[in-house]
Ligand binder design. Structure first.
Ligand code: PLP
Length: 224
């Protein structure tokens, strides 16, 4: 027994709830990917999830991710690493080198920096646009009304092809209206990936079309 023995069973429970939600809400089996959010957790707590066979992880800070994932990636091939936190322009080089998916494309200056770095490195992480569905002034993300123009700018000006959308609904509001809005925006724009839903609400997100849920505390426990 070690203090990290709880991780694998909790991971299995979340995976099982996802499969059940797919069934309950008429989603094809296996259509929802679990992004295990390992931010702030020590590598010893991430290992049991890797040893259980899980390969898709989310981190919210470039520097923290850089401190442990290159070594873990060597030990566990097939890793898919998602950046789910804000990306500063001065961290774009590291982010393009490390992440397989960047979920937080949220402004033209970042699109420009990503284009430059992707060309330089010859490595292209898949991209999602973060949408500020609650139009909260303090929150990152493109205003829903500006999404069509931003997507066009990404394609035409920067040669970037975002594959989907992500959102973090306002903390105090019921999330379903935000999930439904994100799903509608993706449908209208012809985008296939929808990253929405966290520990407290991933089942609702699956009901409304999530293809990726980002679950941290339900797997790894509370963060300190
Ligand atoms: C921390 C975080 C999560 C996971 O949150 P939990 O409530 O612990 O599941 C999901 N998405 C983003 C963007 C996060 O920063």
């Amino acid at each position: 027994m070690t203090e990290h023995d709880d991780v694998a069973p909790q991971l299995a429970l979340v995976a099982e709830s996802i499969r059940r939600a797919e069934k309950d809400f008429d989603r094809p089996a296996g259509s929802v990917a679990l992004v295990a959010v390992s931010k702030t957790m020590p590598a010893e707590r991430i290992r049991p999830a890797l040893e259980a066979g899980h390969r898709v992880f989310g981190e919210n800070r470039v520097q923290e991710a850089q401190s442990r994932w290159p070594a873990l990636r060597e030990a566990f091939p097939g890793l898919e690493l998602h950046l789910i936190g804000p990306l500063q322009t001065n961290k774009v080089r590291e982010a393009v080198a490390l992440f397989d998916v960047i979920q937080t494309l949220d402004r033209p200056s970042l699109a420009a920096a990503l284009q430059k770095e992707i060309q330089k490195q010859g490595r292209a992480p898949r991209l999602l646009v973060q949408v500020n569905t609650g139009a909260e002034p303090q929150k990152a993300g493109i205003d829903p009304r500006e999404l069509p123009a931003f997507l066009r700018q990404c394609r035409e000006e920067y040669g970037l092809l975002p594959e989907g959308l992500m959102c973090i609904p306002p903390a105090e509001a019921p999330p379903s209206a935000h999930f439904a809005l994100l799903a509608r925006l993706a449908r209208v724009e012809g985008l296939s990936i929808l990253s929405m839903g966290m520990s407290a609400d991933y089942e609702a997100a699956i009901q409304l079309g999530a293809t990726h849920v980002r679950v941290g505390s339900a797997i790894f426990g509370a963060r300190h």
